[in-house]
Design a protein around this ligand. Structure first.
Ligand SMILES: NC(=O)C1=CN([C@@H]2O[C@H](COP(=O)(O)OP(=O)(O)OC[C@H]3O[C@@H](n4cnc5c(N)ncnc54)[C@H](O)[C@@H]3O)[C@@H](O)[C@H]2O)C=CC1
Ligand SMILES: O=C(O)[C@H]1O[C@H](OP(=O)(O)OP(=O)(O)OC[C@H]2O[C@@H](n3ccc(=O)[nH]c3=O)[C@H](O)[C@@H]2O)[C@H](O)[C@@H](O)[C@@H]1O
Length: 482
């Protein structure tokens, strides 16, 4: 029986390993983490992350061929294949701060693998890492190995949060990079291929050299984020000209070379990876003497910041240039629907922008706990990480100006305006007439996700701003400057 151990029981390690265990009953999978609360949660009825379909998969395998444990060293020592799926955030200080990936967690995991191993192992990069990281990992492993042989593979993960289980069950591709030029490398690639071959069609398992696999992951995220910044940049032009961004993106996407997916204009992309991975790409380009390429990708983040600032400015300017003391109902806080994850959610920047203009916020999100929202809104951000207008707000001040509620109607009650910041399905079918009746007039709707039916809301009486849609006469008279 092949034994797999995965270091890091997070959004990637947990679901990925659960699916491997589910699809490969003959493989034993241990997921280990330094965090005791995280492992306790994985072993409980309330898993540490919300992901549709995950509970069922975990319940079917846990205790059979899927184990969650804090006994990191024991499980690593026993494994044939060790996945490393630890976090790789942006460096916050020192060389490359604000751009380079912080590989501290990765390096400590690699050193631990070298320390505890008594048999040969395949070490798999599951985390997203800078291109050439495998070379550094090989050096750490071989210099500390006491004669044990290691093969390093790159097997980046392409799942999206909210659809992780369906993505893992039916991936567009599985990418395995390894030392194709050596027999040991080829054997390691084959071992990992055999694991995925339990359920992924042969033609979707792509094998490349290490550097192509590492770089493909960064490039894929950069391309995806670039599509969103492209459509968001066009949304600003739509508002200025009377074009409708949904019609434009639909017409553009009908071209089979472009395609319809990932062309939804929004208040901006969030999530733990797009910004971090593009910053990392920018840094790698700079280090390789390619400033023009670095600047090209940096612009994707700049447009994203612009889009968030533009949204806040639009709200403030339409409400007579001040939201001071006004109640604003915030619908949605997570970075996308079907997840409770708030990492880099645009809601943080929008809410902080409004708080800095002294608004009172009433926030509702079906999955994000109150403590997480307060923490997110009061944790200082880094210079590279915030649109220009946001300032730091202390926790006490946040608590005084923010109320978290458990229902969309409660968030909208007595509010001067409502902002939709996450596209949760339930926001599409709210009784907006009822909401309107309970708001002071003029009642505003700022839809950052294009989920509301603009015509219907205008008919009810709302002043509506929906990203990239033709503007209300009211908004035209109150131009916002980003
Ligand atoms: N979140 C996502 O949807 C995706 C993330 N990725 C990449 O996967 C990697 C992991 O991301 P997430 O799972 O979101 O991060 P996460 O923060 O949810 O999980 C990482 C886990 O690693 C643990 N950890 C850190 N150092 C450790 C060590 N030395 N020993 C044992 N455990 C350790 C942490 O306690 C944490 O639970 C990142 O590189 C990310 O870029 C890739 C694709 C999708
Ligand atoms: O490396 C990663 O972490 C992952 O990053 C993204 O996945 P994720 O961030 O979970 O979610 P996405 O669906 O990509 O959405 C990211 C952000 O873009 C926004 N978005 C997405 C699509 C769109 O058309 N418009 C738009 O604004 C979403 O609302 C969200 O805030 C990629 O889609 C995954 O392939 C990748 O594995």
């Amino acid at each position: 029986m092949v034994k797999i151990c995965c270091i890091g029981a997070g959004y990637v390690g947990g679901p990925t390993m659960a699916v491997i265990a589910f699809k490969c009953p003959t493989v034993e999978v241990a997921v280990v983490d330094i965090s005791v609360p995280r492992i306790t949660a994985w072993n409980s009825d309330k898993l540490p992350i919300y992901e549709p379909g995950l509970d069922e998969v975990v319940k079917k395998c846990r205790g059979k061929n899927l184990f969650f444990s804090n006994e990191t060293e024991k499980h690593v020592a026993a494994a044939d294949v060790v996945f490393v799926s630890v976090n790789t955030p942006t460096k916050t200080s020192g060389l490359g701060a604000g751009k380079a990936a912080d590989l501290t967690y990765w390096e400590s995991a690699a050193r631990m693998i070298a320390d505890v191993s008594k048999s040969s192992k395949i070490v798999v990069e599951k985390s997203t890492v800078p291109v050439k990281t495998a070379e550094a990992i090989e050096k750490i492993l071989t210099h500390n190995s006491k004669g044990i042989k290691f093969q390093v593979l790159s097997n980046p993960e392409f799942l999206s949060e909210g659809t992780a289980i369906t993505d893992l069950f039916n991936p567009d591709r599985v990418l395995i990079g390894g030392r194709e030029e050596t027999p040991g490398g080829l054997k390691a690639i084959q071992t990992l291929k055999d694991v995925y071959a339990h359920w992924v069609p042969h033609e979707r398992i792509i094998c490349t050299n290490l550097w192509s696999a590492e770089l493909s992951k960064l490039a894929a995220n950069a391309f995806l984020a670039q599509r969103i910044s492209s459509v968001n940049s066009i949304s600003a032009l739509c508002e200025a000209t009377g074009a409708n961004v949904s019609q434009v993106s639909s017409a553009v996407g009908k071209d089979s070379r472009i395609g319809q997916k990932f062309l939804n204009a929004s208040v901006g992309f969030g999530g733990s990876c797009f910004q971090k991975d593009i910053l990392n790409l920018v840094y790698i380009c700079e280090c390789n003497g390619l400033p023009e390429v670095a600047n090209y990708w940096r612009q994707v983040i700049k447009i994203n910041d612009y889009q968030k600032s533009r949204f806040v400015n639009r709200i403030v300017s339409s409400m007579f240039n001040t939201v001071s003391g006004k109640k604003i109902g915030i619908l949605g806080f997570s970075f996308k629907k079907d997840t409770g994850d708030t990492r880099e959610t645009p809601a943080i920047d929008v809410c902080r922008g409004l708080l800095s203009d002294k608004a009172q916020l009433i926030i509702y999100d079906p999955q994000v706990p109150e403590a997480q929202m307060i923490k997110d809104l009061s944790t200082p951000k880094f210079d590279w990480d915030q649109p220009s207008q946001n300032i730091h707000i202390a926790e006490d001040a946040v608590k005084q100006s923010v109320k978290v509620v458990h229902d969309a109607y409660e968030a909208a009650k007595d509010a001067h305006a409502i902002c939709i910041l996450t596209e949760w399905d339930e926001f599409k079918s709210l009784d907006y007439q009822k909401i309107y009746n309970n708001m002071p007039k003029p009642a505003y709707m700022f839809d950052g996700r294009n989920v509301a039916d603009v015509a219907k809301l205008r008919q009810i009486g709302f002043i509506v701003y929906s990203i990239g849609k033709p503007l209300d006469p009211w908004l035209k008279d109150m131009p916002s400057i980003a």
